[in-house]
Design a protein around this ligand. Structure first.
Ligand code: AMP
Ligand code: ZN
Length: 112
């Protein structure tokens, strides 16, 4: 996906400071943080939304990558929130699957 910003980040065409990285995932800080700590975990392969992801290996790896990223950000003890926005009503704006990882303050529930 030549015009996808997260593909460019995954391929390091756009410079990125990785919080966590493995063969299939990379995590980095969100450009517009919604909490004191706001990271994004993305698969390096392009899936437009959660619903395009079918590979169970990548599904499992995603949660592992979220755990690793939360550990790297020292969020484990205090806790954090993970969010996947899917399509229009989910508020998705970047159509490359990503997991938000929010922490550093109490997260209200329900979300707005
Ligand atoms: P969503 O609304 O779930 O699609 O979230 C997209 C997120 O990507 C937003 O929180 C944006 O701030 C973030 N974002 C967009 N472009 C970049 C970028 N170049 N680097 C880091 N985060 C970005
Ligand atoms: Zn992409």
């Amino acid at each position: 996906m030549d015009d996808c910003i997260f593909c460019k980040i995954a391929k390091k065409i756009v410079p990125v400071t990785a919080i966590y990285e493995d063969e299939h995932f990379i995590a980095f800080h969100d450009l517009t943080p919604q909490a004191p700590v706001h990271a994004l975990v993305i698969p390096k392969a392009h899936f437009a939304t959660l619903m395009e992801l079918q590979e169970t290996e990548i599904m499992a790896g995603a949660l592992r990558a979220v755990q690793k990223t939360a550990t790297a950000l020292d969020l484990v003890e205090e806790g954090f929130r993970t969010v996947i926005n899917c399509r229009e009503n989910g508020g998705q704006t970047v159509y490359h699957l990503h997991f938000h990882l929010l922490g550093g303050r109490f997260m209200q529930w329900p979300p707005g």
